[in-house]
Ligand binder design. Structure first.
Ligand SMILES: Cc1ncc(C[n+]2csc(CCOP(=O)(O)OP(=O)(O)O)c2C)c(N)n1
Ligand SMILES: [Mg+2]
Length: 362
């Protein structure tokens, strides 16, 4: 895949395949027969769709980084290095039926559910034609079943439970997929939401995305709750982990969780282990490098989820030319969307519209 040294972590710019890690990627998929079977059912087209979606997510971040550098926006929140933990699970959903509740690092879930990329970029520009008509950079779209995140983290955990409950009450069964960070999972709202989902046996797949950090606070500084693997049991729900840098493991773990939800067996708490390769946002990338030892970046830098998946696909017989074709098509789509969004850059909302659409009409 093409590298962008000006916008990607240095470990990615210099990425070389480590044969042991490529092998480990394959072994992870084959570790559990149930997951292995789920992956084996994926068609070649589906495997390439996952690749295209990973590229789309990375390119979305690169486009935003470019905008920051150009002064179009002041900062951006990126999911670089964590794409597989969003793209894999989202692929387990039925977009016409199910809902997603992403955090800002899970922006890829928005376009995976069919939200136009240009709208996601417009959200950052706060234009009148952006999804929230200029109110917020967090992007959501009721039409595409994407719940718009609110700024206080953890608060969407009970909201997701509520959307699942509403589906049950109205007889429109659906699964809600909700990502929550290792830090946000410590909020009161997150605990209440997980507990409520468990006691009501609601069809929610919660994904606790442990990227080892919450803003500038390392995991060990904010976490005394033991192994996250024990958390599902503590809440009284099912749960299992997956490799957050392995899109196929992420997908398979999520398929099994979604199936369980559809059978009416209650929520599942999935644990994704990954690492934030950048800053909290683009403004503190240098600070983030000082927050963790360099070896940790080196360790996770070798596990670029897209590059590892690309190696897996090559091993499965996909030619480099075909991969390049998928990559350049996905890149072109993102660049065109960013260009389209820039066209409405100066179309800002009228101040008098601030209260429009805020309250429901009774
Ligand atoms: C209730 C609340 N407290 C603090 C913040 C500021 N804040 C925004 S993101 C964030 C870190 C969240 O960490 P985590 O949940 O691990 O997600 P990550 O950023 O690592 O993806 C914090 C502290 C907030 N938005 N809401
Ligand atoms: Mg975190």
């Amino acid at each position: 895949m093409k590298r962008y040294p000006a916008f990607e972590p240095p470990e990615y710019a210099a990425w070389q395949a480590d044969p042991a890690l490529v092998d480990a990627f394959r072994q992870t998929i084959n570790r559990l027969p149930e997951r292995q079977q789920v992956v084996a059912r994926l068609s070649r087209d589906e495997l390439l769709t996952l690749y295209a979606r990973l590229i789309r997510a990375r390119q979305h971040d690169i486009a935003l980084s470019r905008w920051v550098r150009q002064g179009v926006i002041s900062k951006a929140w990126l999911g670089t290095g964590e794409e597989a933990a969003t793209v894999g699970p989202a692929f387990a959903l039925d977009p016409g039926t199910d809902f997603v509740s992403p955090m800002i690092r899970n922006a890829a879930a928005c376009c995976d559910m069919g939200m136009p990329l240009a709208d996601m970029f417009r959200a950052y520009l706060a234009t009148a034609d952006s999804p929230s008509a200029g109110r917020d950079l967090h992007a959501g779209s009721p039409a595409h079943h994407v719940l718009q995140p609110v700024s206080p983290v953890g608060v969407m955990v009970p909201v997701s439970a509520g959307i699942a409950l509403a589906g049950r009450i109205t007889g429109t069964p659906r699964v809600v997929m909700n990502w929550v960070g290792d830090g946000s999972a410590k909020s009161g709202a997150s605990h209440e939401g997980l507990n409520f989902a468990a006691v009501q046996r609601l069809p929610v797949v919660y994904i606790l995305q442990n990227n080892q950090v919450a803003l500038g606070t390392r995991l060990e500084q904010h976490h005394a709750g033991g192994d996250f693997a024990d958390w599902p049991h503590a809440y009284g729900m099912a749960g299992w982990g997956f490799d957050g840098n392995n899109v196929l493991d992420a997908y398979a773990a999520a398929v099994l969780a979604v199936e369980r939800c559809r059978r009416g067996e209650g929520p599942v708490l999935l644990l994704a282990t990954t690492f934030r390769m950048g800053g909290h946002a683009t403004h503190d990338e240098r600070e983030a490098r000082a927050t963790f030892p360099a070896e940790l970046f080196a360790h996770w830098g070798k596990r670029d989820p897209i590059a590892l998946y690309e190696e897996y696909l090559k091993g499965a017989g996909v030619s480099e030319a075909e991969l390049e074709g998928v990559e350049s098509a996905a890149t072109a789509v993102v660049e065109a969307a960013a260009e389209a969004a820039l066209e409405s850059r100066h179309h800002l909302p009228e101040p008098r519209t601030a209260l429009t659409g805020v309250y429901a009409q009774s």
